[in-house]
Structures are given as C-alpha cells and as structure tokens.
Design a binder for this molecule. Structure first.
Ligand code: FAD
Length: 385
C-alpha cells in the first residue's frame, strides 16, 4: 500500500513519550501521524503497566523536580478535561535510612522550589502508618500531593485525545531509516511509506533495535519484575486511604497501595539482566518472587504470606546515568531520538512532549546538555533515580 500524504511530523512509538509528543505537536498546529508497532500502551511497552509513581523528589536534580511539577499539572488538566480519574493522590513516602544523602538532598530541593512536604520522625511514621515495618529507617519525607498515574489507561487516553484533535494514527512497525541528510520518508513492515518534515522516534526500549549502530551501547534494556499481592478480605490497611506509595530508596524497593482492587504492588528498582522487548520471557522468576516477599516481610509484614494476584515483567531502557535522550540523530537533520526513560520517565511524558514540540517548531531552543546524545556514555553509572 502506498501513501501520498505528507505530514509535518511522523511520531514513531505511542508510549508515554510518543503519545504526549504527538498530542503537543498537534496543539501547536502541526499535521501529525502517530504509528505504533503493537498499539499504544501495549503490554510489551514500558508504559503498558497498570500504574506508575509520580513524585517530585529527585535528590539534587532540580531539572526533574521542575519537570515532575509541571507534568503533574498537565496530567491533571487532561484528566479533568476528559473526566477520567487516572491520578490517585496517594502521597509518596520516602523511607530514609541513616546517613542516606538522597532524601536529605530531596528535602533541600523541594524546600527551594516550594513543593510541600512533611518530615516525619520514626514515632510519627509508626503512629500514622502502623502497617509499615521500620527496620533501619531513621526518618521519612512525605510528599502529600504526589501519587500514582494509572499508566496504561493514561497513555491510551493521551493517544485517544490526540486522535480526537486530529492526529492520524495506525498500527505498524516502522523500519530503520537509511541514508543521511534530510530523511524523505519512512517505510513500515506493512509496506506503507510515510513522508514528513520531521520524524520523532520515541520507541522506548526498542530504540537500540531500531538504531543498533548508534544506540546499542547507549541504552541498556533491562528485565524488571513487578508483583501485586492480595490483602486479606475486609482488611483496609493497604488501601490508598490508609497507606501511601512508599520508596525504600537505600534498599532499592518501592510499593504502591491497593488501587482499584489490583493489589498491593511491590517492585525492586535495581537493574535486572538484559532483555529483548519483543521476545523476552515475561513469566516472573522464583528468585524475583522470593526477593519481593523478603521486601514485604520487612516493610509490610502483615502481607508476608499474601498471595500474588498478578505479576508482570516489564523493562527499563537505561541511559548510562538515567538522564533522558532527546536529541537529533547525528546523520539526519530531521530525525529526533526520544527515549531513555531509565525507570523514571513515565511521569514526565507531558513535559517531554512539550520539549520536543517546541524544538521542532524551530524557535532556536537549545538542547538541554543532559538530554544530548553526546552526553550518553556506554558504561552504566546510575545517578538519576
Ligand atoms: C517496572 C517499571 C516501573 C517503572 N516505574 C516508574 C514510575 O513509578 N514512575 C515513572 O515515572 N516511570 C516509571 N517507569 C519508567 C517508565 O515506565 C518509562 O520510562 C516510560 O514508560 C517509557 O515510555 P516510552 O514512551 O519511552 O516507551 P514505551 O512505553 O515502551 O513506548 C515505546 C513504543 O514504541 C513502539 N515501537 C517500538 N518500535 C517501533 C517501531 N519500529 N515502529 C513503531 N512503533 C514502535 C512500541 O510498541 C511502544 O508502544 C517504570 C518502568 C518500569 C519497567
């Protein structure tokens, strides 16, 4: 099938970065086509899980705190407009271990940017949240206005709204572009050819597969397991009214309360082994479950033997230090690479979309050095969480 249509921008990938980019481009009056290989918010995509945390705390990384603040506002505006309650204001509780500088730096940044938070002593945490185990915890920082985005439905909502506003959308896999200079067209596995002024490749964990020579060493795709546990019938202690989302930063674990009856979510934030997003095995491992149970026993001891009611294997797409990649392809002046969410990108979708749309509009906006391709090393040294 051929296609004669010409677009201002073709966005490849309708995960959270691509969907918001298409949405924001359309709002700036661009003619946009959005293409996804498996469908927006599909189960293989990094955006396709049930839920994602949106928190303002980022240690000393003010750039991400500012972005999270603006993004929360834009998410909420969208959800209000479409009348979908896809943000749960659970609060986010950082459980801080003695001598850990990250929560201390987070508090300094939040104070500087006037983001509301509470510092809680161990006695205060115990009084408010008796269901949380406090082994090795010496204080906590509570972000009362932060919470959880219902990820898959949220990203599908962005795509649906983009389409409703005029973005054209279809499902197909775009092939690796060839040549150099100004890219004239892209082709799909289904045989379609699409011509656009600019092309945005927002392919998440697939970016290293689409651009292997450029990104195979710069974005590492890792296997991450997620478990949902069921609380006993009638026990309300693990609902969002009683339990906040919590982050055990030092022990690389986090948990979400039982939202919409899906169960109490637990995951380990440490990078797993290399993973193929198309064909990788998405059945969770016994070792993963053992570690999740150890975490439960430590932090939510009443759920130590709770049944797993759902489990997922997802993947991170990690740059060396965790900074996003948003830059032009060095061989094509009209191709953008947008990804490297590195296990924390979901919340920032609205701002990433704005950032890309502004640069494509050509207002001579600078590239943030931290998002540049040049800054992306091949050796993993995580610094942004
Ligand atoms: C377990 C886990 C927990 C996380 N927790 C959080 C959290 O609490 N808070 C947070 O903010 N972030 C979190 N993240 C990170 C966040 O989910 C990701 O950074 C974000 O979803 C990445 O979005 P994306 O659009 O870049 O990629 P994706 O969502 O993977 O989207 C890429 C899309 O591109 C499509 N595609 C790929 N190749 C092609 C092609 N050739 N042609 C057409 N389409 C193509 C795919 O089908 C896919 O839909 C977590 C991630 C994981 C895995």
């Amino acid at each position: 099938m051929g296609d004669d249509s010409t677009y201002d921008v073709a966005v490849i990938g309708a995960g959270v970065f691509g969907a918001w980019t298409a949405y924001q481009l359309e709002r700036s009056s661009k003619r946009v086509i959005l293409i996804d290989a498996y469908g927006s918010g599909n189960s293989r995509s990094s955006s396709g899980d049930e839920s994602r945390i949106i928190r303002m705390g980022y240690g000393a990384d003010e750039i991400y705190t500012r972005s999270a603040l603006r993004s929360l506002q834009l998410w909420q505006e969208l959800f209000t407009r479409v009348d979908q309650p896809l943000f749960h204001q659970t609060g986010v509780l950082w459980l801080a271990q003695k001598g850990d500088p990250y929560p201390v730096k987070t508090a300094e940044t939040l104070r500087k940017l006037d983001v509301p938070f509470d510092s809680l002593t161990v006695a205060e945490i115990r009084r408010r949240y008796p269901q949380i185990g406090l082994e090795r915890i010496s204080w906590a920082l509570l972000e009362p206005e932060s919470g959880v985005l219902m990820a898959r439905r949220a990203v599908q909502t962005v795509t649906r709204e983009a389409i409703r506003n005029g973005v054209e959308y279809f499902q197909d896999a775009v092939k690796t572009p060839e040549g150099s200079g100004s890219l004239n067209e892209i082709t799909t596995a289904g045989g379609r050819r699409i011509s656009a002024g600019n092309y945005v490749f927002a392919c998440g964990p697939w970016l290293p597969k689409v651009f292997p020579d450029l990104l195979a060493d710069r974005i590492q795709t890792t296997r991450q397991e997620v478990f949902y546990f069921g609380a006993p019938a009638g026990n309300r202690s693990f609902l969002a009214t009683e339990l906040p989302t919590w982050i055990d930063f030092k022990d690389e674990a986090y948990g979400l309360p039982d939202l919409e009856g899906r169960g109490v979510k637990i995951a380990i934030d440490r990078h797993g082994p290399a993973f193929d997003p198309d064909a990788g095995n998405r059945v969770v491992s016994d070792e993963g479950l053992t570690e999740a149970r150890q975490c439960l026993a430590r932090r939510l001891p009443a759920l130590k033997y709770a049944p797993v009611i759902e489990a997922r294997v997802c993947q991170y797409e990690n740059t060396a230090n965790g900074d996003f990649l948003i830059d032009r392809h060095p061989r094509f002046d009209n191709v953008w690479l947008v990804g490297g969410g590195s296990g924390h990108g979901f919340k920032h979708g609205p701002v990433v979309g704005e950032y890309v749309a502004t640069r494509i509009a050509g207002n001579n906006e600078e590239i943030e050095p931290r998002f540049s391709l040049e800054s992306k090393a091949s050796e993993q040294k995580r610094a942004v969480f």
